[in-house]
Write a protein that binds this ligand. Structure first.
Ligand code: AMP
Length: 222
């Protein structure tokens, strides 16, 4: 049974959208490191104040702070019995730390889904994206608008544009993705748990079937 999944990919690759689909399908909590940081920023907590400039400028929050926040969330929150982890790890140091955290509780990752998207599509998606401040549900300004302008269909929260989805910030985030996050694919391929999904189109039934089949064979070790 699928219990512990990671979604990795560039900004705009569809991690949030697929996390919601997988979270609904497998009844697992969706834990997004970006959402965790945005919540700290909205609360203006001490951690929020510490990380604000990194998040707003599209830089990576230092590993130490990020690992601590995710570790706390996994230990205290609903993630104890499984999770869909979205946007974490983003560096090899974070991946090593996560392996250690999971090993300490005697559990393992089932699969890591790497979303592969053409660069032009990434930019277009990220620049038209909107997000619910409440539950993190992704929308965009064209096809998937909420039914009522500015109001989330799932939780009634406020749907807004992300302040870090600007042309300039996006270029920095893409660069960091190539430098720091993309190498994670090799790290997880070596562990035999990498699932690559080409995600240039919408997440329709055909693509969902393709992904579920790949997950099944990876998780059964086939
Ligand atoms: P996301 O919603 O995943 O695009 O994340 C938004 C921002 O939060 C990123 O641009 C980073 O500033 C920060 N962030 C989220 N996850 C991580 C992570 N695993 N490591 C470092 N910074 C992160």
């Amino acid at each position: 049974m699928v219990k512990r999944l990671i979604l990795t990919g560039a900004p705009g690759s569809g991690k949030g959208t697929w996390s919601k689909i997988l979270s609904d399908t497998f009844s697992l909590p969706h834990i997004s490191s970006g959402d965790l940081f945005r919540k700290e920023l909205a609360d203006d907590s001490p951690l929020g104040q510490q990380v604000r400039s990194y998040v707003e400028q599209g830089a990576l929050v230092p590993d130490e702070l990020t690992i601590k926040l995710v570790e706390k969330t996994l230990a205290e929150g609903p993630g104890q019995n499984g999770f869909i982890l979205d946007g974490f790890p983003r560096t090899i140091a974070q991946a090593l730390a996560l392996d250690g955290i999971l090993a300490a509780t005697g559990v393992k990752l089932d699969a890591v889904i790497a979303l592969d998207v053409d660069e032009a599509i990434l930019v277009e998606r990220a620049l038209s994206r909107m997000i619910c401040r409440g539950c993190g549900q992704p929308y965009n300004t064209s096809v998937t608008r909420p039914n009522q302008e500015g109001v989330c269909d799932r939780c009634g929260g406020e749907v807004v544009r992300r302040s870090d989805d600007t042309q300039e910030t996006l270029q920095r985030r893409l660069l960091l993705y190539h430098e720091q996050t993309k190498p994670l694919a090799d790290y997880y391929r070596d562990q035999g748990i990498l699932v690559k999904l080409e995600n240039n189109g919408p997440p329709d039934q055909t693509v969902q079937q393709e992904l579920f089949q790949m997950l099944e064979s990876t998780c059964s070790g086939a």
